[in-house]
Design a binder for this molecule. Structure first.
Ligand code: GDP
Length: 197
């Protein structure tokens, strides 16, 4: 898919106020600093459509972007930033869980994890919650430029082994690098394929 247009539509913290338009949407979520803004900017060919932030955890809103006038890319707040309290780290803000439970337009989510890190309990718990609530998602391993191809393979094998302790199969996943423009076409073509169905 070629991104011909990408425009910011609105930010809010209330799923009831999200666009009424029935266009399909895809949500991006992950721990703060995982590279979500950089990934969104890579996907949309923009330098700063999503705000990359020196202070993780700053963007605490549901952000809708209209892509090619026919689907929404939704940038959700980063979770699990070390500076927030333990309780708020564990409890996802209600508006995020409301978004996932109530947003009928949501086709699939993308859960971003940094390819360098061992599986983190906050990510595993979040994915378990998505599974329990029947919300489709793929994993995106970010910052792949930080590892050599062999190390990427090993990391994914290790991650898969841990996922298979609780999941029947490894969820669909992508490997990306915003710095090296890796994984962009693969991800956009995946979205296109679903939209074309
Ligand atoms: P967000 O908080 O998840 O939106 O993360 P950002 O996109 O703001 O990125 C957090 C930090 O990771 C920044 O310093 C980015 O430059 C860096 N970063 C993001 N994506 C990549 C990547 O693909 N490769 C590398 N090496 N660094 C990245």
């Amino acid at each position: 898919m070629e991104i011909k247009s990408a425009e910011f539509v609105m930010s809010n913290s209330d799923v009831a106020k999200c666009p009424k338009n029935p266009l399909p949407e895809y949500a991006f979520i992950g721990r703060s600093n995982v590279g979500k803004s950089s990934l969104i900017n890579m996907l949309t060919n923009r330098k700063s459509l999503a705000k990359t932030s020196g202070r993780p955890g700053k963007t605490q809103l549901i952000n809708h972007f209209l892509i090619n006038a026919n689907w929404y890319l939704v940038d959700l707040p980063g979770y699990g930033y070390a500076r927030v309290s333990k309780s708020s780290k564990k409890t996802f803000q209600k508006f995020i869980t409301d978004y996932f439970r109530q947003r009928e337009q949501l086709v699939s989510a993308f859960v971003l994890v940094d390819i360098r890190h061992e599986p983190q309990s906050i990510d595993l718990e979040f994915m378990a919650w998505m599974g329990e609530n029947g919300i489709p998602f793929s994993i995106i391993f970010t910052k792949a430029d930080k590892l050599k191809p062999k190390a990427i393979e090993k990391h994914i094998a290790d991650y898969t082994a841990i996922m298979l302790q609780t999941w029947e199969e490894m969820p669909n996943y992508f490997v990306t690098s915003s710095s090296k423009h890796i994984g962009k076409d693969h991800l956009l073509n995946y979205i296109q394929q679903i939209n074309d169905q």
